[in-house]
Write a protein that binds this ligand. Structure first.
Ligand SMILES: NC(=O)c1ccc[n+]([C@@H]2O[C@H](COP(=O)([O-])OP(=O)(O)OC[C@H]3O[C@@H](n4cnc5c(N)ncnc54)[C@H](OP(=O)(O)O)[C@@H]3O)[C@@H](O)[C@H]2O)c1
Length: 216
């Protein structure tokens, strides 16, 4: 399989690249920094960046697109202090618009696959049924990413593209912190198993890394 994974220079994205390569897949990992020769350049907030990478990969089939890049910018701020509108704009630019721009840029590559799939890394914090309070900006952005994925699943089904939305677990990364429950060595293999399971029959699913269904 040819797999493209965004935000692959660290954290869950880097672990997904290693695990997918270990499983024998051809993996295109991306980074918004330009200094890693093993990774391809992509700033998910920038439509020009996405179309430049899509042009570079023109005629390359992509079987699985993993929209993993994400930010959690309000960490440590009280919920009464989220008045900096730039924080909202920057979070949504990456976590929501970035998913849309990435999916649209690589639709021609997905169309070249026999079994094309898009995996969106949202979060349990995007679940409205499991609203836990706090982190309003991040939660709203991940709820929007979930909603975007559900609607993409409807619109891309006639094109045979399956779309799944995932919670990777609370993972020990820069974002998840060292206090998190699981490591990337648990999350990445679990997620790749879930992506294997994704099909047009399960399109629109919202699942945890271990296969448990997530409430919407
Ligand atoms: N860790 C958790 O517990 C947890 C839980 C639920 C959901 N998630 C989600 O899982 C995904 C990965 O999280 P993580 O824990 O691995 O976070 P992380 O360690 O902070 O890594 C985030 C990755 O996203 C990249 N990124 C951020 N903005 C980008 C942009 N504009 N363009 C391209 N890449 C960008 C980062 O690149 P730079 O190095 O350039 O910043 C980095 O590679 C995120 O979507 C996150 O919201 C994580």
């Amino acid at each position: 399989m040819n797999i493209l994974i965004t935000g692959a220079n660290r954290g869950i994205g880097a672990a997904l690249v290693s695990e997918a390569e270990a499983r024998g897949h051809s993996v295109y990992g991306t980074t918004r920094a330009s200094n890693d020769p093993k990774l391809l350049p992509l700033d998910v907030r920038d439509p020009k960046s996405a179309s430049a990478l899509a042009a570079q990969l023109k005629d390359t089939p992509i079987d699985l697109l993993v929209c993993n890049a994400g930010v959690y910018l309000e960490k440590g701020l009280p919920v009464t202090g989220l008045t900096d509108t730039q924080l909202w704009a920057d979070t949504f630019a990456t976590n929501v618009t970035g998913v849309y721009l990435t999916a649209m840029a690589f639709l021609p590559n997905l169309a070249l696959s026999q079994t094309p799939k898009i995996a969106i890394i949202s979060s349990q914090m995007g679940s409205s049924e499991r609203a836990g309070g706090q982190a309003y900006i991040y939660r709203a952005s991940k709820a929007a990413a979930l909603n975007l994925g559900r609607n993409l699943a409807v619109d891309l089904k006639p094109k045979n593209i399956a779309v799944g939305i995932y919670h990777p677990g609370w993972v020990r990364t820069d974002m998840g912190s060292s206090a998190a429950a699981i490591g990337t060595e648990d999350s990445a293999p679990g997620l790749l198993d879930r992506f294997d399971h994704l099909s047009l029959k399960t399109t629109g699913c919202f699942e945890m890394w271990n296969g448990d269904p997530m409430p919407f």
